[in-house]
Design a protein around this ligand. Structure first.
Ligand code: FMN
Length: 187
């Protein structure tokens, strides 16, 4: 069984991510070996990074940080659902990533980007070096162009969106199994 964490990067009221998440889980539900866990940053409610020690020490002062650490540590793979804000990804997502270090390391990560004019492409492009800096293994991304997919505020993914997401999930799971099989790290 593979535990896939689906992290919602948007925290604002009325966010489209509340519609992106059920679309994503409707596809992960089709995969028998996958247990999806939704990690909603709005509900988790991390403040701006307030830990004194560098996360690599795992010397966390706050129980909420330890709880976030345990939740991320338990994941085998990660799917970051990110809107595009001002040519990048939202600050709460960066904050949630910055909180931890070893917990992210060597985890395969896929991205679902969405946005208006640029369909989330710049959110994904700016998020990629961040996940690389954390030692994650970026697998790929799918994009949802909201101008075409939102009708009266309702998200309507197409068959080709389903196919793109299924392909990404398949690649993500393949890499998760490959990493799982790898031997202990070289000292
Ligand atoms: C502060 C802000 C900045 C935005 N900047 C961009 C942008 O640079 N490019 C883009 O394609 N869409 C941009 N948008 C549109 C968002 O991608 C769109 O509103 C999307 O629904 C936001 O995701 P959310 O509803 O889950 O928060 C912006 C939206 C907000 C609120």
């Amino acid at each position: 069984l593979i535990t896939l964490g689906i992290i919602l990067g948007s925290t604002r009221p009325g966010r489209v991510s509340e519609q992106v998440a059920p679309w994503v889980t409707s596809r992960t539900d089709l995969l028998p070996d996958v247990q999806a866990e939704l990690l909603d940053l709005a509900a988790i409610g991390l403040p701006f990074l307030d830990e004194a020690e560098h996360p690599s020490t795992q010397n966390y002062a706050h129980e909420r940080t330890r709880s976030w650490s345990r939740r991320v540590d338990a994941l085998d793979a990660v799917l970051l659902v990110t809107p595009e804000y001002n040519s990048s990804f939202p600050a709460p997502l960066k904050n949630a990533l910055d909180y931890l270090s070893a917990e992210w390391r060597r985890k395969p990560v896929g991205m679902v980007g969405y946005g208006m004019t640029s369909a989330g492409t710049r959110a994904v492009a700016s998020l990629t070096p961040v996940v690389v800096a954390l030692g994650m293994v970026p697998i790929g991304a799918v994009q949802l162009p909201l101008r075409e997919r939102l009708r009266s505020g309702v998200l309507l993914p197409t068959d080709s969106d389903d196919q793109a997401l299924d392909g990404l999930l398949s690649d993500l799971l393949e890499m998760t199994l490959l990493l799982r099989r790898s031997p202990t790290p070289v000292p």
